[in-house]
Design a protein. Structure first.
Length: 184
């Protein structure tokens, strides 16, 4: 399926969600993530601050930030930088997303887990982002466990992946926990 078609369809479906449905879905997805060995064993985790139309990460970050070392991305030109999460050091940045401030950037190679936002995923771990390639550029240099979190309806049959697209290793929705098997 073409990425632009997927983006349009998912955007339309998201508009139908009530606030209660959004909250319930986020609670369910992040409860499933908390139960994974990957999460339990990871100490340095790159999260994302969710936009209003994304599965909300706010409560999850708030719950775990004093027990895990969370990092958030910050847009710098066409790339993402990674900085430690500190609730007192957030400012509205690019695309109206709260981003960390400061100069204490971290290296992607230091992350043990990355929770990756996307518009959609397929069962092969392919993802459709918002179309700017920020996460593909960032993830290309990482060996961390990449976990996609999404609403059930964001899981689609097939995505036309490009050669530069970086897949996730795990996808968690309200009712699915999919571990992607890759041949070596």
């Amino acid at each position: 399926m073409k990425k632009d078609d997927i983006r349009r369809g998912i955007k339309a479906r998201k508009t139908l969600l009530s606030e209660e449905e959004k909250l319930t879905a986020a609670e369910r997805v992040f409860a499933l993530l908390e139960q994974t060995a990957d999460f339990m064993l990871a100490d340095r985790i790159l999260m994302y601050h969710s936009l209003p139309d994304e599965l909300s990460t706010r409560a999850f970050i708030s719950k775990w930030h004093d027990r895990k070392h969370f990092y958030l991305p910050r847009v710098n030109g066409v790339n993402l930088e990674i900085l430690p999460y500190d609730e007192s050091r957030l400012a509205l940045g690019s695309f109206h997303i709260e981003e960390p401030t400061g100069n204490d950037t971290a290296d992607i190679s230091d992350m043990e887990m990355i929770v990756v936002p996307a518009v959609a995923y397929d069962r092969a771990g392919n993802r459709v982002g918002r179309g700017k390639g920020y996460y593909d550029r960032l993830l290309a240099g990482s060996r961390a466990r990449k976990v996609g979190v999404a609403y059930d309806f964001q899981l689609v049959d097939e995505i036309d992946a490009d050669p530069h697209d970086v897949c996730v290793d795990v996808i968690i929705t309200e009712n699915h926990h999919i571990v992607i098997k890759r041949s070596r």
